[in-house]
Ligand binder design. Sequence first.
Ligand code: PMV
Length: 366
Amino acid sequence: MNYSNSYLKEVAAKKILYNEYEKSIAWQCPSNIALIKYWGKRGNQIPLNPSISFTLNESVTNTRVVYHYDQNRIKYQLEYYFEHKRNEKFENRISLYLESLQGYLPFINGLNLTIHSENSFPHSAGIASSASSFGALALCLVSIEEELTGAGESEKEFKNKASFLARLGSGSACRSIFGNLVEWGKSNFIADSSDEIAIQIINKNNNVFNDFQDIILIIDETGKPVSSSKGHALMIDNPYKRDRLRQAKSNLSRLLNSIDNNDLHSFTEIVENEALSLHALMLASNPGFFLIKQATIEVIERIRKFRQDTNIPVAFTLDAGANVHVLFPLSFINQVLPFVKSQLVQYCSHGKFIHDWIGEGPLKLM
Ligand code: PMV
């Protein structure tokens, strides 16, 4: 049975304990950076290929949901505040999201919800915040379900549910529910992997990947000219689609091997290949588009030259935008940070960058 069916079966067996109930709940959820990129989807947020990410530590969304449940309410009510201001654009998106979850959360129509959300990173930094925001909201929704039904889940089941619900808001959000190294999408190389929820990959070796750093260079602070949803949709007719699926599968198994073997050389090669392939797929879409800027290319060239000159294992990756993520093991911080400040910050918008690192995953607040 797939995850969605077992969720629905469980929902049918659950009863709401109260006629009326009032409380608030808050979660912090981090963003994540993909090493193997998810690009292209089918059906209801099912990825065309499996992906792997590092969960970040410092780039987080904090979400508090104040809710009042009344069994006689026939339609949920929602107010959404982003960084202390009512935000109608986000409110409409969240409203559509709540509509789409009614089958899984049948109590939703009985709720009056006031949602307060804020990010630790600057709003207009060009950093995708949908992973951390849908992650935080999904965690709050599973907490509300638990509260109203009195049914305590195991931590594993709680997170699986949150990952499932987060995915329906934004695909990559399902990975943010877990810490460290996370995989999403059915893969022959990972037992229990699923297209519907993410899973944490246990990195058995106490190796360099456990303390990886990510310096995010804010190259462009303006919004994306083409949204991720549009980009995913353009993959369906991309002439390189089949080759991309083959490439992602092979890169995924090679990346897992490089992590197992502490092999920074092949890690760098694969991660950079994924970043450039993602943007090549955008160029090859019809209509083609590009999200990188001239500064993105200059920064990439400087990173590669620095690596060649010093032998320090610094890798870059990109998400769906112009910003560059500089990845390296903590042990090289004293060499890499001065390099970033002296050679790369000049390409950043207003000199902005965020120093982040691999993190443990979400945190319940209060
Ligand atoms: O989750 P979405 O729909 O915002 O798509 C994310 C796509 C990439 O960031 C480019 C890759 C990924 O796997 O996170």
